[in-house]
Design a protein around this ligand. Sequence first.
Ligand code: AKG
Ligand code: FE2
Length: 301
Amino acid sequence: MIPRIDLAALTAQDDDALAAMKTAATDIGFATVHNTALSAERVSRVIETYRAFFKLPEASKAAYDMARTGSNRGWGASGSEQVDPDANPDYKQVFDCGLTLPEGDPRLLNPFYAANLWPVEPADFKDVISAYYEDACAVAMDVLHGVAASVGLSARTFEGAFDAPMALLRGNYYPARPARAGAKDFGIATHTDYGCLTLLATDGSSGLEVRKRGGGWIPVSAPPREFVINFGEMMEMWSDGVIRATPHRVVGGVDERISVPLFFNPAYETNVAPVGSSSVILAGDHLSARYNETYIHLKKD
Ligand SMILES: O=C(O)CCC(=O)C(=O)O
Ligand SMILES: [Fe+2]
């Protein structure tokens, strides 16, 4: 069973909510979270805004193709990412955006803080998605504070680490599973997320599967008023393995599906080596290594 957690109760340090989050963090690696500041209407509008973009002709989306850039802002076509070297590139399409920095900010030269590529169509895309980015980051921060409390990490652990996050907001568009798809083809192949926390909104449809320890897959779904959360590789390192990054995938089915993960990654220079250890693992270095092995246009070979 995937724990279902009331975020307001977690923030109030309710015992049941803390215990459920501890199980999610240290055992399963996944939970669903409800009672957040983000309403179902808000999430549905975000999903429909992405849908309107993905329904544009390929030629219109190509104007925002991240493959022509040295970073990951804008549209990623089907086949632009390979998250599992043993599988084919994923058949999903994506749209990625990150933190908006003021014009002229020197960090804009760092690919993790690159300027966003906003489509002109649909007309409200930039407003809807950039506002959601800000508010989803605030919810993710609240969840992280609850996670820290649940596993007995000091509230100071994350202090400052997310002031200029390398957080990436993504729209995933899974068309119906293509007729030609074989055993190595996935909407998104088996992977662990790279960062600390993923806050995932979906259109409510099924498709996400979480790997069970010992084998097998658990289907997880959530309506637009609830979020699926899971932990990434940086969190597993940072917590010295106490918090788990659990593999997951989307095989895909007959219906199209949209999901919207916020990958809540800390600032570039955050040390995500185990708390208390003397080693140094920069969040930016880890993210860079993972992006370079999974985005086809960033692969160095
Ligand atoms: O679409 C989903 O439900 C999961 C997507 C996912 O795992 C990802 O984008 O990292
Ligand atoms: Fe994922």
